[in-house]
Design a binder for this molecule. Structure first.
Ligand SMILES: Nc1nc2c(c(=O)[nH]1)N[C@H]1C(S)=C(S)[C@@H](COP(=O)(O)O)O[C@H]1N2
Ligand SMILES: [Mo]
Length: 502
């Protein structure tokens, strides 16, 4: 038993050294081609939609660390088995390890937009992993053949220690290099042709716990399929407009800056945001009009009904052509809240279309815009049965008090935010313990594409209470009370929270 454990450890150590060396090589070349991330991304892409929705809703932004952890555990179990097999038949154990790295290599190359460099980490893992396992077993078996246990045993242990230290060093170096390369790059942003007024002060100073009127960039929700952030170089980045256009064009960042630069306040929402959920944020976006960009390629004669955005890694997002070109402020964005777009949110350039959920509009790290039809091309989410045309539903959220929290009895506030991008929020009503709907006081209005804060005063009496809110847009449409799940076109229903007053 003990020897088995030891042999499993050899397999695990050899694999760790291989994976860490590969991670280092990936950090220097293509970070996303690191073996654990390749397996993780494949799992994400193959995960059935209901499970993915469940993971996003249950684990929130912890879904990725949980996934990486599980992949790592899976890999190490297989590595342990390879170690045990190698003790019986060295070739068989080595072949098993090799087969694992070949699988990683194949998965790496199957990723959209993969280039030859993507193979390098898997090759590194194969060489380092297989050589390490061979080394450990050779040292060990040379010991047992001689019958000399002492010094050779020590030799194996020293070798094991060397591998452990090497793995830790490779891993740390990889992390260090990645984080260095991920540092925000300085770019000189242009200013908007017509400067927009600073936003009025929000209610956050008055109503403790309410979402701030502008979401600070560092707190802005992040939803994407990626395990590592793409490192895109702003100087060599280009945006190509192709497909059913008069003439294909390719633009640099400097070319974009030549167009009329606009700045808009827009609230972004994820289709995976359940009633009362966190995947919504409001920011001031700097960029150019999508239609100005499309006009450079010429779209007067186009028969396209879908705009497909492709990111630097080949991920695709499809936007209804008629919606994006109906006069709303659909944007190609390079600035967020007065700074360059952070890597998390699409550096150097992304799309933002007010009124459409992010998964059908807000492609980050965009590099190509293709005018096509829904018949001709399916994109990432529609391949997974999500809706193609998904307008954001009227919605409102209670930020304070928090669901299931306890509050002191006495005068307090119930407050939150509401959004109805494109039409704008007229008002919000609140119901306490199922009582009559009572209008809330509204915060400032920064335009129809932006959310509004709201609050009511509440004289909270001891006991358990139920609080609900609902919004009305400027067309007089009331937020739907029909309960719908996030899949396939966004949640609806009335948030109803329970709080305890003591
Ligand atoms: N390239 C790319 N762009 C993407 C995604 C993605 O997975 N990859 N996710 C989309 C989704 S589902 C949403 S809700 C928004 C979220 O943008 P944020 O992370 O900046 O908040 O980005 C969209 N753009
Ligand atoms: Mo989303």
């Amino acid at each position: 038993m003990l020897t088995r454990l030891l042999h499993a450890t050899w397999g695990i150590l050899a694999t760790l050294a291989g994976v860490a060396a590969a991670h280092l090589v990936a950090a220097l070349t293509v970070p996303a081609a690191s073996p654990v991330l390749v397996v993780g991304s494949t799992v994400i892409d193959l995960t059935p939609t209901p499970l993915k929705t469940f993971a996003i809703e249950q684990f929130g932004n912890a879904d990725k660390p949980i996934l990486i952890g599980s992949v790592m555990v899976g890999v190490l179990v297989l590595a342990g088995i390879a170690g045990i097999i190698a003790a019986r038949r060295l070739t068989a154990g080595l072949l098993m390890l090799l087969a694992l790295t070949v699988l990683v290599g194949v998965l790496a190359m199957l990723r959209p937009a993969a280039g030859p460099l993507d193979l390098l980490p898997a090759v590194t893992a194969a060489i380092v992993g297989v050589a390490s396992l061979w080394w450990l077993h050779r040292l060990e078996s040379s010991g047992s053949e001689d019958g000399a246990t002492g010094p050779t045993r020590r030799g194996v242990l020293i070798a094991a220690g060397v591998l452990a230290v090497a793995a830790a060093a490779f891993g740390t170096a990889g992390r260090f290099i990645s984080s260095y390369r991920l540092k925000a790059t300085d770019i000189d942003l242009p200013t908007a042709a017509k400067s927009v007024k600073p936003l009025p002060a929000g209610l956050e100073d008055k109503i403790k716990g309410i979402s701030s009127f502008v979401t600070p960039t560092k707190d802005f929700y992040r939803v994407d399929t990626r395990l590592t952030l793409p490192i895109v170089d702003a100087d060599s980045w280009t945006l190509t407009i192709d497909g059913d256009v008069d003439e294909e064009v390719t633009l640099t960042l400097a070319d974009l800056y030549e167009l009329e630069v606009i700045e808009r306040d827009i609230t972004l929402t994820c289709v995976s945001n359940d009633v009362g959920g966190p995947y919504v944020g409001a920011a001031r976006w700097l960029g150019v009009r999508l239609t100005d960009v499309l006009d450079l390629a010429g779209i007067d004669n186009t028969k396209a009904d879908q705009i497909v955005s492709t990111d630097v890694e080949g991920m695709t997002i499809g936007t209804p052509f008629s919606v994006a070109t109906d006069g709303r402020d659909a944007m190609i964005v390079f600035g967020m809240n007065g700074e360059a777009l952070p890597r998390e949110h699409g550096f150097p350039v992304r799309m933002v279309v007010p009124g459409l959920y992010g998964f059908v509009s807000a492609c980050k790290w965009i590099t190509k815009i293709t005018l096509t039809t829904y018949d001709e091309q399916e994109v990432y989410w529609t391949e997974r049965d999500w809706a193609t045309d998904a307008p954001i539903k009227i919605s409102s959220r209670i930020d304070t008090p928090k669901a299931l929290s306890s509050t002191d009895a006495g005068k307090t506030f119930i407050g939150g935010v509401a959004w109805a991008q494109g039409v704008g929020i007229e008002g919000v009503e609140v119901s306490i313990d199922g009582g009559a709907w009572k209008p809330a006081e509204m915060g400032p209005d920064a335009g129809d594409d932006y959310w509004r804060q709201w609050f009511v005063e509440w004289d909270a009496k001891p006991g358990q209470h139920f609080l609900s809110c609902r919004a009305t847009n400027k067309d007089g449409d009331l937020q739907s009370d029909v309960r719908m799940k996030t899949f396939p076109e966004g949640s609806s229903g009335i948030q109803n929270i329970s709080v305890t007053v003591a």
